[in-house]
Design a protein around this ligand. Structure first.
Ligand code: FAD
Ligand code: ZN
Length: 475
């Protein structure tokens, strides 16, 4: 079947409104957030339910035509960008189907926007903890397919840990209904795990049963200034040992990241008087509305001050003050964009090695690119740092960006030498496939290839992503 016949068949199956071929209307599905790629596709299809997803996949499988699933298209590794594939957008599949406040579960369609999932939980008096900068536009299906992390991982886990069941359309169009809402189910292989973090290469997630938590009723946010990353890590240890059960976020910013946020983003103002080499944002939450979290925070910070882990700290005294501290952290990516070219790394190392990594990494990049400015921030409690480099002042942006690949390699080699990961939470997509080939253990790669071959023998689901070039891809 040629592509025109396939599009006609898709229109007959779904109705013409659900198949977009007009290049202007397709624009947003072909763009990619960072402008690293420009997608190419014959059509965007928008199914209304699982049955239609299944029909689309069957038609594409018969025609051997590749498909790329798209959620909110906010991924940072080019995973949802089509390279000639038909785009399957789940935006119409956005129903919250059920909230069970006793089982603490929610059944949703994969196209639900994350913020709507959070709001539905709140309306039912419960809590869905996944939270990240793109939550107003990313979809839960995209979050699960990238195993997204975000700011609450240290308390509640990654997206993978927030799922009890899945419904998945397989590469031949069959529907696997694994929508179980059980906390205990040891009946063979954990199949849902295969699709979580698979970035749309093994199946299409159409519905999910999410794991909920009691709603936090008390909250306390603080910002501490530290003399070094080593002190910031020591502070994390102190906080964890004193208050692990209420600690819900522990975010790190180096001095330069906070400087940039204040320089470029109007809402970003540090509540601390002086400048510090490193900052730690702490958030405590509790389901007990009478919990005196401010008192606990004060006690922990007093201990940290005494042992010189911190130089200064401020505890938010109101909701708006807490929001203002979070705004500082959230301003960093935008501030970095405004400062010029950035070379980015989303890496993790064992938590115990974060400070050592930051020191060695800073030395390494300064040696390679004199004057480069390190904008490091992220989830110190998970060992996950966004180790981003801002171009040296006055440098040529393009000449700096041309160093992207070589710099990535050097930083990733350092990370691997410390038993870390070259992609901690954003996935592999198209951007990091070569690094997969270079750095992933050959036995793991072989197992991945075996799974891909078993579940998608025609290689129609998101080809050219995740697996290294030449492996399970059409190149
Ligand atoms: P898309 O970008 O549309 O797709 C991502 C991948 O999943 C693609 O490979 C796609 O084919 C596949 N996919 C999408 N839906 C499905 C489905 N239903 N079934 C099968 N495959 C599917 N990530 C973090 O982990 N932590 C962060 O803190 C974080 N912060 C971010 C902040 C900003 C401002 C931005 C822009 C991004 C951030 N991200 C973060 C990146 C993050 O991965 C995505 O925002 C989000 O998880 C992807 O969801 P999406 O719906 O946009 O997926
Ligand atoms: Zn992050």
């Amino acid at each position: 079947m040629n592509v025109h016949a396939l599009i006609a068949a898709l229109e007959a199956a779904l109705g013409t409104k659900a198949v977009v071929t007009d290049s202007k209307a397709m624009g947003a599905y072909l763009d990619e957030m960072r402008g690293l790629y420009r997608g190419v596709s014959p059509a965007v299809v928008k199914p209304a339910n699982t049955k239609e997803v299944s029909e689309i996949v069957k038609l594409c499988a018969n025609a051997k035509a590749p498909l790329v699933v798209q959620g909110g298209n906010t991924g940072l590794v080019g995973g949802a960008v089509p390279d000639g594939a038909i785009v399957l957008s789940l935006e119409r599949m956005n129903r919250i189907e059920a909230v069970d406040a006793i089982n603490l579960t929610m059944t949703v369609e994969a196209g639900c926007i994350l913020a709507n999932v959070q709001a539905a939980a709140e309306d039912a008096g419960v809590y869905f903890p996944l939270s990240l900068g793109a939550e107003g536009s990313c979809q839960i299906g995209g979050n699960l397919s990238t195993n997204a992390g975000g700011i609450h991982v240290l308390r509640y886990g990654n997206a993978r840990d927030l799922v009890l069941g899945l419904e998945v359309v397989l590469a031949d169009g069959r529907v696997w209904n694994g929508l179980r809402a059980l906390r205990k189910d040891n009946t063979g292989y954990d199949l849902k795990s295969l699709f979580l973090g698979a970035e749309g290469t093994l199946g299409i997630i159409t519905r999910a049963v999410l794991r909920l938590y009691p709603q936090p009723k008390a909250k306390c946010v603080a910002l501490a200034g530290c003399g070094s990353a080593t002190d910031a890590l020591a502070l994390f240890q102190t906080v964890r040992s004193r208050a692990a059960e209420v600690l819900s976020a522990c975010e790190y910013l180096n001095g330069f990241a906070l400087d940039l946020a204040q320089k470029h983003v109007e809402a970003a103002k540090s509540p601390l008087e002086g400048r510090h080499e490193a900052y730690v944002l702490l958030e405590f939450t509790s389901a007990d509305m009478d919990a005196d979290l401010n008192a606990r925070m004060e006690a922990v910070l007093a201990e940290a001050l005494e042992s010189t882990q911190i130089e200064d700290a401020v505890i938010a005294q109101s909701g708006p003050q807490a929001d203002a501290i979070w705004a500082l952290r959230e301003a960093v990516p935008e501030a970095q964009r405004q400062e010029g070219g950035s070379i980015k790394h989303d890496v993790s190392v064992p938590v115990s090695k974060v400070a050592e990594f930051l020191g060695l990494g800073a030395e390494l990049v300064e040696k390679r690119i004199p004057g480069v400015r390190l904008c490091a921030f992220g989830h110190i409690g998970d060992g996950n740092i966004h180790f981003n480099l801002t171009q040296p002042e006055g440098a040529d942006k393009q000449a700096f960006l041309d160093l992207w690949q070589d710099t990535n390699r050097a930083v990733h080699d350092l990370v691997l030498s410390m038993n870390g990961s070259f992609s901690a939470e954003h996935g592999v997509g198209r951007l990091k496939r070569k690094e997969m080939a270079r750095l992933k253990n050959p036995v793991e790669l072989d197992l991945m290839r075996t799974l891909k071959q078993a579940l998608d023998p025609q290689n129609i689901l998101n080809p050219g992503k995740v697996l290294p070039p030449g492996e399970g891809s059409q190149e």
